[in-house]
Write a protein that binds this ligand. Structure first.
Ligand code: 3H9
Length: 693
């Protein structure tokens, strides 16, 4: 293709070149072609150029680099607006008197998809993804997307895309009418060819003017959709605003629908939830950045992974690597355990395939990369070995001693411990620089969080390797220092301690759990204990009863798996309050001389959530987390803290740190010796500062 380049201006992210009578408008705004002010201005100028040039009969809008426009530039949010606004840009494209074709590769997301919807035609590579993820930022598509998308893709599809934020593939986009043609390769030349084919078609198809998919919409679809997703959307403001905006598209003319969309967009934009969710978007990306590393630290190659232990954790950990096409050798002590573990892995994969999220071939491919073994020596040539056995220091030390003797030099030796001291484990080897913690969360093949524990001697390239690898296996990794429970479990501890004391003082498990669920957590501390197993960490002596947990375990109330724990469970695992547990709590209170009283919900918040913030502050002041936002990432991805509250530290900032301190002071006496103030929290509160930016 020989093109005439009109405007090779590198300072401007938008350049144009002509191929015959087609004007190719190219964006080059790395890393993701976000629609910042210069891009918006460039796009409008390019359309004006096409209008003014009689030799131009059609336009193709495309992007260089890894992706089509991935949306509005989020870094501009909250700053004074720079014209033109994205809605005006999209309108200008649609109003062009010459056909405009969007050529999509990578991801057309948010404002990027809205630009594509402003174009008269859309062609895409089959690998492209299309989506409106604004809801994940607590927003809605605010450049006409909620009005154009249902007109083009259909109401149900638009509802799903806008309210869940999940992207669809180009093929699905083609099937629903969002994409006009799939292009196998050489996107831009083929898009130009397509533009040449349609250059004389009039009237131009404008998304805002399409009506039939709206007209045929069943009005009941909105309520049905709300009901279907009520659980998923609980607590969030943005999904319902998205649904309402799409509803406007069906009930009002386009010109009124966009006004309603704008109103809803501005409401969301000024709310705390969208601030929290935008904060979290950047927090997640910041977590990947490691501080104090020598410049140019290169990762070690990891082509083969070893996993020790084929239990629930070992199996789940292995699946992460297999799914990323990295071969795994899994070691167990006996054949039965090995077979059981690999059997569970296969079953999990097959269940995923049954849901249509994997093909049978992919299942076989993943399992084909697995080498089960009873021979410890088989781990010798692995580049990374992750130990996932009992949480017992002696056992771990024994394994690391063996690893040190067995595996090749340069291999990374990782422990999946959730509490134990990595430095102590590393000290039994002759290569502590190669030892690191990789704390996966259960179920390890599902949960996104990975705490990477940096020991005192962990080498920088080990850290870089593990952080890089975590992205490959689709985890969000956070660096933690060596302390009991690292970031997540350490912050969990004061919550558990206070929640249990509150039971003795007069609260019920139902009340404590309700307060947490109403706050937005998926479950409260006692529901969580029942799910995980009340017996975890129990001393196994039914005659030694020192606390409520011992008492429950002694009578076989080990949680959901036994049909009884803090709650009674029916055969469908539905919980009901237990009079037996209530009696145990009251007996304990009497024995310990605790006077029972009415506990308010506010007290529960102060003693279980404010204490977590205090512990988070201690973690920060001790340097066990790199930044406050990392602790937020841990809590959102590891424990289901509602992302619309940003994480414990962001939430504390919204409450006001002085209010947190005041609340803790109110409770200080009741919390007794279990509690001490974080100096950082006190200092920041006194200075009127925040944890997060
Ligand atoms: C919107 O469009 C509103 C409109 O409807 C209405 C307006 C009126 N802006 O994720 P990565 C940065 S709302 C600014 O690691 P990947 C990101 O911070 C927007 N920056 O790459 C990171 O920076 P750094 C709707 C952005 O390959 C770097 O790019 N769109 C934006 O794993 C690389 O990002 C979205 O919500 C942005 N929009 O994934 C899409 N996006 O290197 C958001 C990314 O300094 N983006 N950055 O850490 C994504 O989902 C992913 O970035 C994407 C690439 C899938 C595109």
């Amino acid at each position: 293709m020989t093109d005439v380049i009109d405007k090779p201006d590198t300072a401007n992210p938008i350049s144009t070149r002509k191929h015959g009578d087609v004007l190719i408008v190219l964006s080059n705004n790395p890393p993701v072609n976000a629609l910042g002010a210069a891009v918006r201005q460039g796009l409008v100028a390019a359309i004006e150029q096409a209008e003014a040039d009689d030799s131009v009969n059609a336009v193709v809008i495309a992007c260089e680099g890894q992706t089509f426009f991935a949306g509005a530039d989020i870094t501009e949010f909250g700053k004074p607006p720079v014209m033109p606004w994205l809605p005006e840009v999209v309108d200008r494209i649609e109003a062009c008197s010459k056909p405009v074709v969007a050529a999509i590769h990578g991801t057309a997301l948010g404002g990027g998809l809205e630009v594509a919807l402003g174009c008269h035609y859309r062609v895409a590579l089959p690998s492209a993804k299309l989506g409106t993820p604004e809801v994940k930022l607590g927003l809605l598509p605010g450049a006409g997307g909620t009005q154009r998308l249902p007109r083009v893709a259909g109401v149900r599809k638009a509802l799903e895309m806008c309210a869940t934020g999940n992207p669809i593939g180009a093929k699905e986009g083609f099937d629903c009418g969002l994409i006009d043609r799939l292009i196998e390769d050489d996107l831009i030349p083929h898009a130009v060819g397509y533009a040449e084919e349609v250059r004389d078609v009039r009237p131009l198809p404008k998304s805002s003017e399409r009506q039939y998919k709206i007209n045929e919409c069943d009005p009941a679809v909105f309520e049905e959709f709300r009901k279907e997703n009520a659980r998923k959307f609980r607590g969030f403001e943005a999904p319902d605003a998205n649904i309402r905006a799409v509803e406007f598209a069906c009930k009002k003319p386009y010109s009124e629908g966009v006004i309603e969309e704008r109103k809803l967009f501005m409401e969301l934009m000024s709310g705390t939830q969208s601030r929290a969710q935008q904060y979290f978007f950047f927090a997640e990306r910041k977590a990947a950045k490691i501080e104090n590393l020598p410049e140019g630290t290169q990762p070690r190659p990891v082509q083969k992974v070893g996993v020790i232990g084929a239990g629930t954790m070992g199996g789940g950990i292995s699946m992460n690597f297999l799914s990323a096409s990295i071969p795994v050798t899994i070691f167990e002590m006996n054949q039965e355990a090995l077979d059981r573990g690999t059997g569970v892995m296969r079953k999990n994969y097959e269940a995923t395939a049954a849901k249509g999220r994997m093909t049978p071939d992919q299942v076989e491919k993943a399992m084909g990369l697995l080498t089960p073994t009873l021979d410890f020596e088989a781990l010798a040539d692995c580049d990374l070995i992750i130990e996932a056995v009992f949480e017992q220091m002696d056992v771990k030390k024994d394994i690391f001693t063996r690893l040190d003797k067995t595996v090749k030099q340069g291999a990374i030796l990782a422990s999946n411990t959730s509490y134990l001291n990595i430095d102590e484990i590393a000290a039994v080897t002759s290569r502590p620089q190669d030892v690191v913690g990789m704390h996966f969360f259960s179920p390890a093949n599902v949960m996104k969080l990975l705490e990477v524990v940096r020991g005192a001697k962990t080498a920088p390239d080990v850290l870089v390797t593990v952080m890089g690898l975590s992205k490959k296996i689709r985890k969000v990794a956070v660096v933690a220092g060596v302390c009991h429970g690292f970031i997540g479990n350490r912050m969990l501890m004061p919550r558990q301690v206070e929640a249990t004391k509150l039971l003795l003082e007069g609260a019920t498990p139902e009340q404590v759990d309700r307060v947490h669920v109403e706050f937005g957590m998926p479950m409260g501390p006692f529901q969580m204990a029942d799910l995980a197993g009340v017996d975890i960490g129990w001393h196994r002596d039914p005659n030694r009863i020192e606390n409520i947990r011992d008492a429950l375990c002694a009578i076989d109330r080990w949680g959901q798996k036994k049909g009884a724990g803090f709650y009674d469970y029916d055969e469908k695992r539905r919980p009901t309050p237990s009079p037996v547990v209530q009696q145990i709590i009251e007996d304990f209170a009497k024995k310990q001389g605790v006077e029972r009283r009415v506990i308010t919900d506010d007290e529960i918040v102060e003693r279980t959530l404010y204490t977590m913030v205090n512990e988070g502050a201690k973690i920060l002041e001790e340097g066990m987390a790199q930044r406050a936002s990392d602790t937020d990432v841990v809590w959102v991805y590891g424990y289901g803290w509602p992302v619309y509250r940003g994480g414990p530290m962001f939430w504390a900032d919204t409450v006001g740190l002085q209010n947190i301190v005041d609340g803790l002071k109110r409770q200080e006496e009741r919390m007794g010796g279990d509690f001490s103030f974080s100096k950082l929290l006190l200092d920041k509160a006194a200075a009127g500062e925040k944890f997060t930016k």
